[in-house]
Ligand binder design. Structure first.
Ligand code: GCU
Length: 337
């Protein structure tokens, strides 16, 4: 398992500082550390803070929850590895990168998988679909405990407005570090440049990449809209974020404690999703009116056509996910547009 040296050092310093300052000498409460890669204004942080408060209210004599934002504990990939080993207890990871830890997560990385936002939410809320997958990673050392909305992913660029897949040709576009995303970019004709989220702003600013793809909050919360002036609603993916916890930590909780934690995980989901809806509206407004980002609404059909072969390839290579895929189609029929 390879974690960057600088990350190890940062994590060691952060954890040491928290041990020294965290809860005072006589306090023997167990510290629960949660890492994520968003700012403190982001819905993810607000949801996790609500979780910390809930645990404090209900199990505060035994546990204290510390939430580390902004990649303080490393990139998402680093944080997943730290969660696997139990160096930290939880982290939020995009479903995109989880496929490199457990192949079946590929399913939610497929472009144009969901017919609508309603279908996406209904699938993610249906435990008969998610439960098996979420609990399938005991050997990998973690368990997924809830999902968080991360909206719809769209392309945005510094100079070239993307009106059709042809406009992506010759452009270097940052994608998340996942084979499915790299293949999606290849099918769309752009040149995939995988990198961690924290490196994207500098890469855009220094012209290492021509654009990226993400939800609207990346424009404002992460400042990408200061550099990229065109945001195209091609709506290629709805990729959830997943809260994962160290398997050993979760399995040593008593049934009573686990019930309280489970309620806490539901609170993360509820609060984050409420905040998400408000945050997207605010981000669109800020991007358009303060950052001068132009929003484009291209015909989605050519993007869909280019991406669809990926469904077949992924299902052929991994037939285990076929039942989930089929169940999703039922929701697509119910909530299609
Ligand atoms: C979104 C998502 C993050 C992810 C990021 C990315 O912001 O919420 O979990 O890390 O996209 O593109 O890497």
């Amino acid at each position: 398992m390879k974690i960057g040296r600088i990350t190890c050092l940062t994590v060691a310093v952060v954890l040491l500082l928290s041990a020294l300052t965290g809860c005072g000498g006589s306090d023997d409460r167990r510290i629960i550390r949660i890492g994520h890669n968003q700012s403190t204004e982001h819905p993810t942080h607000i949801g996790l803070t609500a979780f910390a408060e809930y645990i404090e209210e209900n199990l505060g004599d035994k546990y204290v929850v510390e939430v580390y934002p902004s990649e303080l504990l490393g990139s998402q990939t680093d944080m997943v590895q730290l969660t696997q080993t139990g160096a930290i207890d939880f982290c939020v990871a995009s479903n995109a990168i989880l496929e490199t830890f457990s192949k079946n997560y590929e399913i939610f990385n497929l472009p144009y998988l969901f017919a609508s936002e309603e279908a996406y939410h209904a699938v993610m809320d249906d435990e008969t679909i998610t439960d098996k997958l979420f609990k399938s990673t005991e050997k990998a050392g973690f368990e997924a405990v809830t999902w968080l909305d991360a909206g719809t992913r769209n392309f945005y660029t510094v100079k070239t407005p993307i009106e059709s897949p042809a406009d992506l040709k010759g452009l270097k576009i940052r994608v998340q570090q996942s084979p499915t995303n790299v293949e999606m970019m290849r099918l769309l004709g752009g040149s995939a440049t995988p990198m961690g989220f924290g490196d994207v702003y500098t890469a855009l600013q220094s012209n290492i990449i021509d654009g990226a793809e993400n939800n609207e909050l990346a424009l404002t919360n992460n400042g990408h809209g200061d550099v990229c002036k065109y945001y195209s609603y091609d709506m290629h993916q709805m990729v959830p974020d997943i809260l994962i916890g160290n398997y050993n930590f979760l399995s040593q909780l008593s049934p009573e404690e686990r019930a309280i934690f489970d309620e806490g995980f539901d609170i993360v989901n509820r609060v984050e999703r409420e905040e998400w809806t408000k945050a997207v509206e605010a981000a669109k407004d800020k991007a358009a009116n303060e950052q001068g980002v132009e929003f484009l609404y291209p015909d989605q059909e050519p993007f869909v056509e280019a991406c669809m072969p990926l469904h077949e390839t992924v299902l052929q290579n991994n037939p285990e996910i076929q039942p989930i895929y089929d169940a999703i189609q039922e929701y697509n029929e119910m909530y299609g547009q």
